[in-house]
Design a protein around this ligand. Structure first.
Ligand code: GRF
Length: 188
């Protein structure tokens, strides 16, 4: 699989530590923690800063070529903060998944889902892994886990528990996808 990262990279680290076959990592933020982790672990890293490209389409064409060059069959957005262009989506139709820090469709469409859950005084939020389509945070859901909001939670304490849920459900979702893709390969 190929993994797209823009942030801390705890989901990437979790996948590698659990032995998942990460063959390439792409990042639009080469200074982020996820990119540093890839370098430290000798994982092929595509450093794809937007400033190196004339357009988002050009950047995503380079990301597509980087991943196909490494024979990536499944793309995992693990804290990737950009929307994929059509050229990238078309190359990996139904083979891109994303982890989102809420129980979608609640608190979708943005980067501050944990903050919004806290502000709205929701009794629970959670984490979701879904297939990426053209509709932001609205593709078919693969796995979800609820996370209770505790009295006195801060963004940091709640985010920590949401991350722990992500680290459980992303591996489950990848196994589901791997089974699906294997079935497809056999003509099922
Ligand atoms: C996660 O909360 C994920 O849901 C969101 O970005 C965060 C990435 O965390 N899309 P990390 O970089 O894997 O630590």
């Amino acid at each position: 699989m190929g993994v797209c990262v823009s942030g801390r990279g705890s989901n990437l680290r979790n996948l590698v530590e659990r032995g998942f076959d990460v063959v390439a990592v792409a990042s639009n933020r080469p200074s982020c923690g996820g990119a540093a982790f890839a370098r430290e672990h000798g994982l092929p890293l595509g450093e794809l800063s937007q400033k190196s490209f004339a357009s988002a389409e050009d950047r995503d064409a380079a990301m597509r070529d980087f991943f196909t060059g490494h024979r990536v069959e499944l793309v995992v957005d693990a804290g990737y903060d950009r929307v994929h262009s059509q050229n990238f989506l078309a190359a990996f139709t139904d083979r891109i998944i994303n982890v989102h820090p809420s129980l979608l469709p609640e608190f979708g469409g943005g980067m501050d889902a944990v903050e919004r859950a806290l502000e709205s005084r929701a009794a629970r939020t959670g984490a979701t892994v879904h297939v990426v389509t053209r509709d932001l945070d609205a593709g078919p859901i693969l796995v979800q886990e609820a996370v209770p909001v505790h009295e006195g939670d801060t963004v940091e304490t709640l985010r920590q528990r949401v991350h722990e849920a992500e680290h459980r459900i992303l591996p489950q979702a990848i196994r589901l996808m791997e089974a699906r893709l294997a079935g497809r390969g056999q003509g099922a």
